[in-house]
Design a protein around this ligand. Structure first.
Ligand SMILES: [Zn+2]
Length: 569
């Protein structure tokens, strides 16, 4: 490819509406343009990177036994009604009607579509296992599209669905995908962690998110500092903290005027915060009160709370009248004296506490010498707290470190959630009818591109890994109007192409400064420069984008050197 033939309009200024670095750099490097809110054009350079990421994904999916196919983006509402998700998917689904009044959505995911397909075709265990995938646009009506490709309304996804005859088979498919994802993100040159994740709305069994470590990431993850345990903050399990042993004293109600926060209580009673019990009062969609108790210095993890409440999808802060109706008092809550039948959830760390302080369900009063294992009745004890830096790893006990990341892929063991709801069954070896056991596995292709940029850039622009760079090498004649330099550059360009290197010739009649700036901004891994001095010496100047290192190579040796360097970039 010649730059005079390339549509790559670079920008010197950072566009005002691009909030994060990857978005700014992709716009400036002429890789993408905004079409409308949350919708983007990929320009030729950006599309080359997308295609390279897709190719890596394809190769690894095929190697793991996947078969590529293509399903319609437009999906009939009936399938979603069968699975029960049409009613619960909410406002993020792009819905529409055709001229006959039939309802459709633009696919946010394809579990329903693929299940409806295979249920008519897969009849016997002999047809299993089966792995089908596609790489295609998905749609999500984000309330506030932002961060460029990170939260767009239309986005490219690879989605694979596995079908097995039993849970062991599903676990094997899951493992294959886990390993394939590890290979994909390694080949893309990314620093990432597979993170134990919560299942969210998709439901089913276990799940991992593949998260690229980057400060701009929206995911907060806990990584063990010793072993390879990593989990999203929503998921991270926490063992109960022991409390120092003390002789339990008698429960005592004390006046604590104006102490409706943990901070004010700690300073009024002059006690360590670890002696206090904090309450958070929620209300479900059905207006049921849910009281959650954690140690004073801990935070509640709402996802864990939701897991304790069957059939509840959302929580909101409780209204004062709901709390009062159950016998509680806002700011002074305790499980002691709450009306029977109220959901009371207590973190196990609280159950270990001795002679602690909690509210007394009365304004300006607290209980002292609360011994939860003695005093709390009719409570559900469950891990409810949010992980924080320094908490012990559930696998080895070493402290965890909190880092930020960008979720680029996820693997879900779905089980029979969709097959059972939609009647996708097969006959097993015993001739018995069984629901297919499924898994689903997604990769955000555009997000992977954005994450690579977030992770690897400097003040001059993007630094691509060779595997996903729009071009591996750029050849730059310093003076694009000098015939001798152009001819020499053409020859080098031809030699590289012949050797199978993905190369761009920057033959534009621009000033050298402009061309060099563009090279650094777009981030080609290697730049070969041809100028008057190199011509005189019969050499080329090689610049490694990643390190900034520059050196000269003879015409005889440069090709071998370029190929050798590319292997390391
Ligand atoms: Zn560990």
């Amino acid at each position: 490819m010649r730059a005079t033939n390339l549509y790559a309009p670079t920008l010197r200024q950072t566009p005002a509406d691009a909030e994060i670095l990857s978005h700014q750099l992709m716009l400036r490097a002429g890789m993408m343009r905004k079409s409308a809110n949350g919708m983007y054009h990929f320009l030729p350079l950006g599309w080359r990177t997308i295609r390279k990421i897709e190719q890596i994904i394809r190769e690894e999916m095929d190697a793991a036994g996947g078969q590529e196919m293509c399903m319609p983006i437009l999906q009939p509402a009936e399938y979603w009604q069968e699975s029960g998700r049409w009613a619960v998917y909410g406002a993020e689904m792009m819905r529409m009607k055709d001229r006959h009044g039939h309802e459709y959505c633009l696919g946010p995911t394809h579990e329903e579509m693929i299940t409806s397909l295979v249920r008519d075709e897969v009849r016997s265990y002999k047809q299993l296992p089966l792995m089908l995938y596609q790489i295609q646009d998905k749609f999500r009506d984000e309330r506030r599209p932002r961060f460029g490709l990170m939260r767009s309304r239309e986005f490219i996804m690879k989605d694979l669905y596995s079908f097995d005859k039993d849970v062991e088979g599903m676990n094997l498919s899951y493992r294959k995908m886990y390993d394939a994802y590890t290979a994909i993100f390694s080949r893309c040159g990314l620093e990432f962690r597979p993170v134990e994740a919560d299942n969210g709305a998709i439901g089913g069994g276990h799940s991992h998110e593949f998260t690229v470590l980057a400060d701009a990431g929206e995911s907060s993850i806990a990584c063990c500092t010793k072993c390879d345990y990593a989990a999203s903050d929503e998921k991270a399990e926490l063992a109960p903290v022991e409390a120092p042993d003390e002789e339990p004293r008698e429960l005592e109600k004390v006046a604590t005027p104006g102490t409706n926060t943990i901070e004010s209580l700690v300073s009024f009673l002059n006690i360590p915060i670890e002696k206090t019990i904090k309450a958070v009062a929620y209300e479900t969609e059905q207006n049921a009160l849910v009281l959650v108790f954690v140690r004073g210095d801990h935070e509640v993890n709402e996802v864990k709370v939701l897991h304790q409440l069957e059939g509840v999808l959302e929580l909101r802060m409780a209204e004062e009248e709901t709390i009062r109706a159950a016998g509680g008092c806002p700011g002074f809550m305790s499980p002691i004296g709450i009306k029977k039948g109220t959901h009371i959830l207590v973190d196990p760390t609280v159950m270990n506490m001795k002679n602690a302080v909690s509210g007394a369900n009365e304004t300006d009063f607290h209980y002292k010498n609360v011994n939860p294992s003695r005093d709390f009745k009719d409570v559900v004890v469950a891990d409810l707290r949010l992980v924080r830096e320094g908490d012990p790893c559930p696998h080895c006990g070493a402290p965890v470190k909190m880092t930020r990341g960008i979720e680029v892929g996820q693997v879900f063991a779905l089980g029979t959630k969709y097959s059972a709801a939609m009647g996708a069954t097969f006959l097993n070896e015993q001739g018995k009818e069984k629901p297919l056991v499924m898994g689903c596995y997604g990769i955000g292709v555009g997000r992977t591109m954005a994450a690579a940029i977030e992770q690897s850039n400097d003040e001059h622009g993007i630094i691509w890994s060779r595997s996903i760079a729009p071009f591996e090498v750029v050849v730059v004649p310093v003076n694009g109007k000098n015939e001798e330099q152009l001819r020499y550059a053409e020859e080098v360009y031809g030699e590289l192409k012949k050797a199978g290197v993905d190369v761009l010739l920057d033959d534009r009649p621009e000033r050298p400064g402009v061309k060099f700036k563009d090279c650094d901004l777009i981030g080609y891994p290697l730049r070969l420069t041809i100028g008057p001095k190199t011509l005189e010496e019969g050499t080329l100047e090689v610049k490694i984008r990643k390190t900034g290192e520059m050196f000269h190579e003879t015409r005889e040796n440069y090709l071998g050197k370029v190929q050798e360097l590319l292997k390391t970039l």
